[in-house]
Design a protein around this ligand. Structure first.
Ligand SMILES: [Zn+2]
Length: 92
């Protein structure tokens, strides 16, 4: 069974495979599509709507229980990074 996660953007529950993991690294929120980075994760649908609402509601700060910087975190970059990483993952 696939674990269920709650998206920090829309608060809906989803299979882990349908959401992308984010981690806090040096105070910055970074995507971790391979789910390899240590520490607490925040989960988000890869959709602009969820992404925008997570930023607007400071959902990442809440998820990580810390003041986090989402500066430089842009949907297009995240989406590109995630799709590249997934492609790489398939080859392994
Ligand atoms: Zn969502």
């Amino acid at each position: 069974m696939v674990p269920v996660r709650t998206c920090v953007g829309c608060r809906r529950r989803s299979d882990q495979d349908d959401v992308v993991r984010f981690v806090l690294q040096d105070g910055q929120v970074r995507p971790d599509p391979a789910r390899r980075m240590p520490g607490r994760g925040a989960w988000l649908h890869l959709s602009r709507e969820c992404f925008d609402s997570a930023l607007k509601r400071r959902a990442f700060s809440r998820a990580f229980r810390a003041a986090v910087s989402t500066e430089g975190l842009e949907y297009d970059a995240v989406a590109a990074h995630v799709s590249t990483d997934k492609r790489t993952g398939l080859k392994e």
